[in-house]
Design a protein around this ligand. Structure first.
Ligand code: AHG
Ligand code: MN
Ligand code: MN
Length: 329
């Protein structure tokens, strides 16, 4: 049984930054993940279920667990000295964790979607956490964090991953050296390597899109859906799967082979998913698993962010499926 900590140390030669910092980052991530796992598993028994009665910066209903997960991650990172600032889907502005810490090397910027798929909390459907980490770039004689420290292009991520709270709790991450998954043994609170070197399989036949938005899609997307409905040469049709948790939909598609599509619609002209908290980290993982992630035209990881909460159309999956969809766009 290979633990996450041992795996990181054994693979340190593939990580071009400080391994000690990576271990500290993971120490915070693992702790927060375990706390959220525990809370999610008893959500129906506690008062931590349902809406908080508030809306977030994006005008979406905040669930109590959204807020719980946000606070757990902030506190967990605050107690490590490697992170100088965090931006979260649940907070309007970025949060400065420790000004002093940003005066030295090996400090990091974290962006998180603390609870993804939160509309699924109350109905026992998998939900997740998505995280994205960048190196903090020390500025000459000026150690103040600015918005630009957070608005980095996705290809500059040094670590990205997600935790899925599903039939079991799994942590999946990449540092640019493949994608690896670790399953939590909740009885002793340890993550063990269960999915080394994940890549999209050769046979890909799942497509995931919220079909209820059909009338709001562009013609290209409509045509691609029609293409998915048609019988293929081998007589095997595609399978539609969509649960409404990006983490859950993506994880299934990466393991079983499928494309995930959240295009721009007349309701969401810029798309619905958030570039910094959702699309960049999932795009980094997609590419590391041998896939492709685009906004319909451009590689997601090359988009220059201009706003913390900016949205983007998002398509990710195996290269052949994404390229096929591009033909229709
Ligand atoms: P969040 O719960 O973090 O706001 O994210 C919800 C996102 C994503 O997880 C999911 O894929 C998508 O919203 C579902 O949107 P629709 O309900 O519009 O299909
Ligand atoms: Mn989300
Ligand atoms: Mn969320």
């Amino acid at each position: 049984m290979y633990t996450l900590g041992e795996f990181i140390i054994d693979n340190k030669k593939y990580f071009s930054h400080s391994i000690e910092s990576l271990l500290r980052l993971f120490s915070a991530i693992k702790l927060a993940a375990k706390a959220i796992h525990k809370e999610v598993n008893k959500a129906g028994l506690t008062k931590n279920i349902g809406s908080s009665g508030k809306t977030n910066i994006q005008g979406e209903k905040q669930q109590k667990l959204d807020f719980f997960a946000h606070n757990i991650f902030i506190n967990s990172f605050r107690n490590r000295d490697v992170v100088c600032g965090i931006a979260s889907e649940e907070s309007k502005n970025f949060i400065i964790l420790n000004k002093k810490e940003c005066t030295s090397d090996n400090k990091y910027i974290v962006l998180i979607d603390p609870l993804d798929g939160s509309s699924n909390i109350d109905v026992n459907v998998p939900i997740g956490t998505i995280f994205s980490v960048y190196k903090y770039k020390k500025k000459y004689n000026n150690y103040h964090l600015t918005i630009n420290d957070f608005l980095q292009k996705g290809y500059k991520q040094i670590l990205a991953g997600y935790i899925i709270y599903g039939s079991s709790t799994i942590l999946v991450y990449t540092t640019g050296n493949g994608v690896h998954g670790f399953t939590l043994d909740p009885s002793i609170g340890t993550f063990y390597l269960s999915h080394p070197n994940i890549v999209f399989p050769n046979e890909n036949k799942i497509y995931s899109i919220n079909d209820g938005n059909y009338v709001k899609f562009s013609n290209g997307i409509k045509k691609y859906i029609k293409y998915c409905h048609k019988e293929k040469k081998n007589g095997m049709p595609y399978t539609a799967r969509y649960i409404g948790s990006l983490v859950g939909d993506f994880h299934r598609n990466m393991i079983k082979g499928g494309i995930y599509i959240y295009p721009n619609t007349s309701l969401y002209p810029m798309g619905k998913l958030r570039l910094l908290y959702e699309c960049n980290p999932i795009a980094f993982i997609t590419e590391q698993a041998g896939g492709k992630a685009i906004d319909g035209h451009k590689r997601i990881l090359e988009i220059k962010p201009i706003d913390l909460h900016q949205r983007t159309p998002f398509i990710c999956g195996p290269k052949n499926m994404v390229s096929k969809l591009e033909e229709f766009i």
